[in-house]
Design a protein around this ligand. Structure first.
Ligand code: HEM
Length: 382
């Protein structure tokens, strides 16, 4: 079967591939651009946990650590994990709560609490939380917000030249924060400076390596966090009882299960690429060596063969098979940081306001982006 995901809502696209019983069900499909798209839950897990056959070395650009395999990946991954361990990121919790209150107050103050959950709350909170975490100057906020918007538009356009220009702009911003920390080692005491002077590989990182690590921490994260916040606020707006449950206070474990389940139903982090290292068969489809493969997390997270009620809400029951953060050696190292940010935002928001759906139209994102492109909601001060 040949499919074309371009311009499609990834959730609906996945439903079409997987909802029908066999022989229409299509867990592995060829796309019009020559990729093989893996959508079935079992097949996605198989690909993501078989790095010897499905390499992450898909790009000519340096991608640390996500473009690496095997021992080389493990070395860089250990370096990165040290920055993202729960106990290490937890020290930013109070700052994230302060930022959350500022962003929500700003939303309540303008236009009677009518906000775009993705842009006014999601992108703004994600940018401020990230600059706080990395120790970047506040003056970068508007430039970074502009970048999130430009990046989302470029991705939506499908124009590689536009996407490359946006990526180059981001590298420029990274260069501006890295160089002063290289030139004046004693003048900065923040996570970016720690990375610049990190010697855990037995040497300091080269400039392109630092840029690559920071690009992975920030470029991808800002977009995914903003979109995740959109999906979560949509879930809350539709479910006042869930708002009440969270307002009473839940543990990190309970919050994580709830957020994971909201994101499973509408996973905004849609896909990642692999390339086969040898001839291999997946889901009954024979693939040659060098075949480009796209893992479709959004579809797999709604596969009725694994989740009989894909739109249901079962945080505990569905947790074991949730793929929002990936699986296998490239499992997201940023989950603890993301959850810390999300819990801070949701709890501070609910302490100040109730979230209600808006009558204004919302716009879905399209491949390769998921979730909501724009999502008006109403914040009502409590
Ligand atoms: C809601 C937010 C996020 C979602 C849904 C998400 C999801 C994912 C997924 C699915 C992967 C697996 C990629 C693969 O298998 O190829 C991944 C990898 C990764 N994520 Fe996240 N992520 C999020 C936030 C973050 C944050 C905040 C950071 C860091 C600050 C981060 C850093 C990374 C890195 C470095 C990798 C590559 C890991 C490796 O190759 O070993 N992510 N993420």
């Amino acid at each position: 079967m040949i499919v074309d995901p371009n311009g499609r809502d990834p959730r609906e696209f996945g439903n079409e591939l997987l909802a029908s019983p066999s022989p229409q069900r299509c867990p592995v499909a060829r796309t019009s651009s020559g990729e093989v798209l893996v959508a079935g839950h079992a097949e996605v897990v198989e690909v993501a946990t078989s790095p010897e056959q499905f390499s992450s070395g898909v790009s000519a650009h340096l991608q640390l650590p996500n473009g690496l395999d095997g021992e080389e990946h493990a070395r860089y991954r250990a370096l990165i994990d040290a920055y993202l361990a729960p106990a290490v990121v937890d020290r930013h919790g109070e700052a994230f709560r302060r930022i959350a209150r500022e962003v929500v107050e700003q939303g309540l103050a303008g236009d009677n609490g009518r906000v775009d959950a993705v842009f006014d709350i999601g992108a703004r909170f994600a940018v401020r939380a990230m600059t706080e975490w990395l120790g970047w100057p506040d003056e970068l906020e508007d430039r970074l917000i502009g970048w999130v918007v430009a990046n989302s538009r470029a991705t939506r356009s499908g124009d590689p030249a536009r996407t490359a220009a946006v990526a180059a702009e981001f590298d420029e911003i990274i260069g501006e924060v890295v160089r002063p920390r290289q030139e004046e080692p004693d003048a900065f005491d923040d996570v970016t400076a720690e990375l610049v002077h990190d010697t855990s590989l037995g040497r300091t990182l080269e400039f392109p390596e630092i840029v690559s690590v920071l690009r992975n921490w920030t470029g991808g994260d800002l977009g995914s966090m903003a979109l995740s916040i959109g999906v979560i606020l949509r879930g809350l707006a539709q479910d006042p009882a869930l708002q009440e449950r969270l307002r009473k206070g839940v543990s990190r474990t309970e919050f994580t299960a709830i957020a994971d389940e909201l994101l499973r139903r509408d996973n905004p982090f849609v896909s990642n690429r692999r390339v086969t290292t040898c001839p291999v068969t997946v889901g009954g489809v024979e693939l040659p060596e060098g075949q480009r493969v796209r893992i479709h997390w959004t579809a797999a997270n709604r596969d009725p063969a694994r989740f009989p009620d894909p739109d249901g809400f079962d945080p505990v029951g569905n947790a074991a098979h949730n793929l929002v953060w990936g699986t296998g050696p490239h499992y997201c190292p940023g989950k603890a940081l993301s959850m810390l940010e999300l819990q801070a935002l949701v709890e501070e928001l609910l302490a100040l306001a109730a979230v209600a759906p808006s009558a204004d139209p919302a716009v879905r994102s399209v491949h390769p982006v998921g979730g909501w492109h724009s999502l008006p909601v109403e914040l009502e001060r409590r």
